[in-house]
Every structure is written in C-alpha cells, then in structure tokens.
Design a protein around this ligand. Structure first.
Ligand SMILES: [Mg+2]
Length: 367
C-alpha cells in the first residue's frame, strides 16, 4: 500500500461567547483546527488532527509514496522532522486510522485492547470564582462525571486554592479533584518566571489537605529533584509530561522516578506508538500513564484509543468547561464524543479510529 496524498484542511470556528484559558490571558474568539486527510492507492482514507501542522508542506514529499502500514518507519521519519521542524503527530493518528481499517479492528485493539471504555474527568480550562467553580462541579457530577481537574493560574494562587476548597466542600469526598499548575511548558512569548519551589511546596501542602488526587505540572521539567521532594514531603501524586518533546526525555524522567503519572499527549508530544512505550515503561515501574488531551475531538479520539489499549488510568482527560468549552465546540468538525451515564467514554467499535467527519461543517469553516 502507498500513500498517494496528504491533505491539510485548516478550519476556524468562531467562538461566541469567547473562551479564556487559564494558561493564556487573551480571550479566544475563535478556535483553529487542522484536519489531516491521508489518501492511499488502495482507496483507504485516514483522518488525524490535534496540532496545527504548520510548516508540514515542506516535508510532505517524505511520506507520499511510502507504505502507511510500515508504522515504525513512519514514526522514525516523523522524529527526524521533530529535530528540524514541528511535531506532526496528527499524521501518525491518520496512519493508525488506515492501519485499523486495513486490519478490520479498532485502533485500541492494536494498542493492547485492554478496555472498551474509560472513565474520564471533566477538565476545566477557565478561571472561575470559587462559587462558580463549585457549581460547575456539581453540574458535572449530575451529568455523570466522577472527577474534575481545576487549573490554577500562577498569578492567582490564592483564588485558585479557594476554588478548589469551595469545590471540595460542595462535592464532598466521593468526587475526585485534580489540580493543574501548568508550569512545565509555556505559551509562545510567556517569559514570566515559574513559581518558586518553596511556594509550590506550600500549595501542595494545602491541596493535600483538600484530598487532591494529583497535582499536575507543579514545576518546570528541569526540576526533577523539586518534584521528588514535593512528592516525598506531602504525599501528593505528581502528574506531568503532556508536552515533553522526545521519547529520550520521557525515558530519563521515568528512570529518575520524577512523577507518579506520565501524560504525553499522543497528538502533541511523542505520538501514539511512543506513548505506548511510555505507558509500558511507567507501568513496569509501578507508575501510571494517562495522556493529556486538549486539542479537539479527533485528538481526544486518538488519545482514547491508545489509553484504552494500554489500560491507562485512573481517568482519561475530557476537555469540558461549559458554556465556553463544550463537546460541540471541541468536536465541531465531527460527530461529538460524549460520556455515558456512568461517566465513561466508550471506544468506537468500528475499524480504525472511528471518527465520523462532518464534511458540510468542514466546508463551512475551512479558511
Ligand atoms: Mg496539564
């Protein structure tokens, strides 16, 4: 089988009301997405999405004419580009979509087939006042969610902890809460200093008292010793690694026992094939793997297949923060993914990734 064409379709969805992410102070009035379509000489077509794929056109010739089923070669090819250019892992997702269709199996089965569904947590993106955040958790629980992740901005620590406290008081003990400090990567142009270790230690102490399941990215990637100290001193679990750039770096972090939970996003960090290796390395050391996901529904779907295949947990991330961020907005160019009444996200049972592209919407929002 040969790849005959790779098409990038750039989409922009206007957002009204806008959405303001905790890690980015400028309100977003639109949401961009790039749909990757891979065509083959066998007529099988694969879809992927997640990162922007900016600059990929310069490398497209390296893939056209090659065999999509030789996936390790494709992963290695993508890694050579990672050194010089961007991370084009949505292409790998589209290749797995093809492989699954050729095999007649859901991609999750090719990754281990451990689960047919995963419990997810409602992953919040906006900064909300304590009362509003507590209300959002109650509404999420009513809808079936069993857990929620709350972001705390590094310049609004007290308000952030107050939101976690109000939420804990509202939901009681039978609802898991996680907290993300987002200290391990930056938006382009953000040159403010990271939080000092001593302050992070105090934050971890307070969040431990509030029964937080994990504290995410409390420190920059370089501060492995700091992460270990906070884990040892407070007993809180530390999760990290959503955007780590290479498998070698992730291996080094795992071997150093830097974190309790490793979270490379399969369409943003090191791809799907390598994420499985991360999961296996972490599991062998009695540590957890559960991928980050925030890009869009197709990125979520790629993460779901890998996570279900390798038995990730305890929860999969599910971007959800209405009214600004809903499944309909997140998945606007496809049939939206949603949880069942138990708070689980079911893996599609059809061959491939099982995405149902809404081609009319794609045409409408193509730029
Ligand atoms: Mg995070």
């Amino acid at each position: 089988m040969k790849i005959t064409a790779i098409r990038l379709t750039r989409l922009i969805l206007p957002l009204d009301p806008p959405f303001t992410a905790a890690w980015d102070p400028s309100p977003r009035t639109s949401f961009p997405a790039t749909l990757v379509t891979v065509e083959t000489d066998a007529g099988v077509v694969g879809f992927g999405s997640g990162d922007t794929m900016d600059g990929f056109e310069a490398y497209e010739h390296l893939f056209v004419g090659t065999d999509p089923l030789q996936i390790l070669n494709q992963v290695r090819r993508l890694e050579t580009i990672n050194f010089h250019g961007g991370r084009y892992w949505p292409l790998e997702a589209a290749l797995w979509d093809i492989i699954g269709q050729v095999a007649g199996l859901p991609v999750s089965v090719l990754f281990g087939g451990a689960r047919d569904r995963l419990p997810v947590y409602a992953s919040c993106g906006e900064l909300k006042a304590p009362g509003a955040r507590a209300d959002s958790a109650l509404a999420a629980r009513e809808r079936g969610f069993k857990a929620m992740k709350i972001r705390i901005a590094r310049n609004q620590i007290a308000q952030g902890i107050a939101a976690v406290r109000a939420t804990r008081e509202a939901v009681g003990e039978d609802f898991d809460l996680m907290v993300d400090l987002n200290q391990m990567w930056r938006m382009s142009g953000d040159i403010e200093a990271a939080l000092p270790l001593a302050q992070v230690h105090r934050i971890a102490d307070e969040l431990t008292d509030l029964g937080v399941l994990w504290l995410e990215e409390p420190l920059p990637q370089a501060d492995v010793a700091g992460a270990q100290r906070i884990r040892a001193a407070t007993g809180i679990q530390v999760a990290a690694g959503e955007m780590v750039r290479s498998m070698a770096e992730l291996n080094t972090l795992i071997e150093a026992d830097a974190y309790d939970i490793y979270q490379p996003d399969v369409v943003l960090a090191v791809g799907m094939y390598r994420a499985r290796q991360v999961a296996e390395s972490a599991n062998l050391r009695h540590r957890l793997f559960t991928p980050h996901t925030w890009s869009n529904g197709l990125g979520l779907l790629a993460n779901l297949h890998v996570a279900a295949g390798v038995d990730a947990g305890p929860y999969l991330e599910f971007p959800y923060d209405p009214p600004g961020w809903t499944p309909d907005r997140r998945d606007f160019f496809m049939q939206p993914l949603d949880i069942d009444a138990n708070g689980d996200l079911l893996v599609p049972t059809v061959p491939g990734l099982g995405v149902v592209i809404d081609h009319a919407t794609v045409r409408r929002y193509t730029v």
